[in-house]
Design a protein around this ligand. Structure first.
Ligand code: GLU
Length: 513
């Protein structure tokens, strides 16, 4: 075990869009693998055809790509030595292991019909017990432990429907060593004889998961806390199949909690509180209702993938110091499972925005200009890269998301069509309009139109017209941009240029009443 190359996997089921909790699981697997110079695998667990959602697999792949969490092997990322990586494509591999379990006395055939199972449940519940197919109840059911060998053979040959169940030992303590939680001990009396294989030739999650982890040489299973109750069964499967010496180590990650800490973070919380819980926007069938459901993503909300990843990394893991901003490479260097917390991690939408703002500030003006240029193109606005670069420089400071650039600086591309009514009410009067008419005449005479000259001209004109600059300053901004606040006033005039400023002042003089 010691000398094995670290191999981990992210093993989502394609039952819907990938929740940000799933992205975090993928991320921790990735960081762990890279930290140890190992491999990270993407496996698609699609044994449950009833819950299969078309498009979900493609969604998972696209999300991982956007996040920069790139697997070494796996569906959508190229085959490695253990292909295929989609369980439905591995279908023929599983039966032999179910047979091996039966031959070893660790599993058995069960022929019970749905009615018989319901009947058993009702009886147990009526007697005050918790229904379960287990060491006691199995004795009264139709399975290869109660039926004769001939009868079992006859039923199978006749093509009767059956399942293969795990024969959970009656009275044993099953110990699971979890790298985050320590030893987790479960009494086998609390476990039920889970179905491992169905007569349609498909394994269930438990068997497929363990067989794949074994055959793909997985060394560490890092997954969500919701799988902890399955871990004792998986340990038993390793033991029963004789694979104990290569059993992976387990690490069950804490849940992502709602901002108020009350329960698991869900799509509904996101809708209610206005934040995305999925990496990218899309629309997929809802597995419960069978109807298409659309959802918003971080990508479309203007988040940068590296900011999203940085935020997720710290939801449940903490570094050795106080550092909060990490590149993916730094995370790889720092990451270790022993700093993953046992308790749930509260999601903080405000902090998430803060992360994005930090990453926006880290972006160079030219990177942001390229992003903004794309948006301007879609809006049909003709401009030049040089102009956009200067516009970025002016508005960047206040932006949290890349799409804030437009909200903050649209006036740099289109003249205002309305003027902040509060400022107009307070500041637009006879004296002000005389001042702006005079100012515009002064502007027209200027040969140079840089921020300094504009400011000097503005001040001199105020002096000449005997009006305090403070009384017309904000109104000047409103005339130029329509809004009461914004970037440095004279700098924005410089960027707009003399002709545009003069034109906008003229329009203000004729349209503000
Ligand atoms: N298919 C399981 C899921 O959808 C994977 C659990 C595991 O990683 O073992 O989350």
């Amino acid at each position: 075990m010691e000398n094995r190359k670290v191999r981990v996997r992210f093993a989502p089921s394609p039952t819907g869009p990938l929740h940000m909790g799933g992205v975090r699981t993928a991320l921790y697997n990735y960081l762990f693998a890279k930290h140890h110079g190992g491999d990270f695998i993407l496996r698609i667990e699609d044994t449950d055809q009833d819950r299969f959602v078309p498009g979900a697999e493609a969604y998972i792949i696209e999300s991982l790509k956007w996040c920069g969490i790139v697997p070494n092997e796996g569906v959508g990322f190229g085959d490695g030595p253990y292909a295929p990586y989609r369980q439905s494509d591995r279908k023929p591999m599983y039966r032999q292991y179910a047979d091996q379990l039966i031959a070893g006395g660790h599993a058995y055939y069960a022929f019970d019909t749905t009615e018989e199972l319901t009947d058993m449940r009702k009886k147990i519940e009526a007697a005050g017990g918790t229904s379960s197919y287990n060491a006691i109840t199995r004795q009264n059911m139709k399975n290869s432990l109660t039926l004769s060998e001939d009868e079992v053979k006859r039923r199978i040959d006749a093509g009767e429907h059956y399942v293969i169940r795990m024969k959970i030992p009656r009275n044993e303590e099953i110990r699971v060593k979890d790298l985050i939680r320590g030893w987790v001990v479960v009494h086998s009396g609390q476990m039920d004889d889970k179905v491992l294989f169905k007569s349609d030739g498909m394994p269930t999650y438990h068997l497929a998961n363990v067989v794949d982890d074994y055959t793909m040489k997985i060394t560490h299973v890092i997954r969500g806390e919701e799988w902890l109750p399955s871990a004792p069964l998986h340990v038993l499967l390793y033991r029963s199949l004789g694979w104990e010496d290569v059993m992976p180590e387990f690490a069950h990650l804490p849940l992502l909690l709602r901002p108020d800490g009350n329960g698991k973070l869900s799509k509904r919380d996101g809708d209610r509180l206005g934040f995305p819980v999925f990496p990218i926007s899309g629309s997929l069938l809802d597995v419960k209702t069978g109807k298409p459901e659309s959802f918003t993503g971080y990508r479309e909300s203007g988040y940068f993938p590296d900011a999203f990843i940085n935020m997720l990394a710290l939801l449940g893991w903490h570094s050795s110091g106080n550092q909060e901003l990490y590149t993916l490479d730094e995370l790889v260097k720092e990451f270790s499972l022993d700093r993953v917390s046992k308790s749930g991690a509260k999601f903080d939408p405000e902090k998430t925005k803060w992360f994005n703002q930090q990453y926006l500030r880290k972006r160079s003006d030219s990177e942001l200009a390229a992003i903004w240029m794309e948006e301007l193109k879609t809006k049909g606005i003709a401009t030049t890269p040089e102009y956009v670069l200067k516009a970025v420089h002016l508005v960047k400071e206040k932006a949290v998301f890349s799409n804030d650039l437009w909200n903050l600086g649209s006036f740099l591309f289109v003249a205002p069509v309305s003027y902040d009514p509060e400022v107009v009410k307070k500041r637009w009067n006879e004296a002000a309009s005389k001042f702006f008419a005079a100012l515009n005449e002064d502007f027209k005479t200027l040969a140079a139109f840089d921020a300094h000259t504009i400011e000097e001209t503005f001040k001199k004109c105020a002096e000449k017209m005997a009006i305090p600059a403070g009384q017309v300053m904000q109104m000047f901004r409103v005339c130029i941009s329509g809004a009461a606040g914004g970037p440095a006033l004279f700098e924005m005039c410089e960027l707009l240029g003399k002709d545009e400023v003069v034109r906008r002042l003229d329009t203000s003089l004729s349209s503000i009443k």
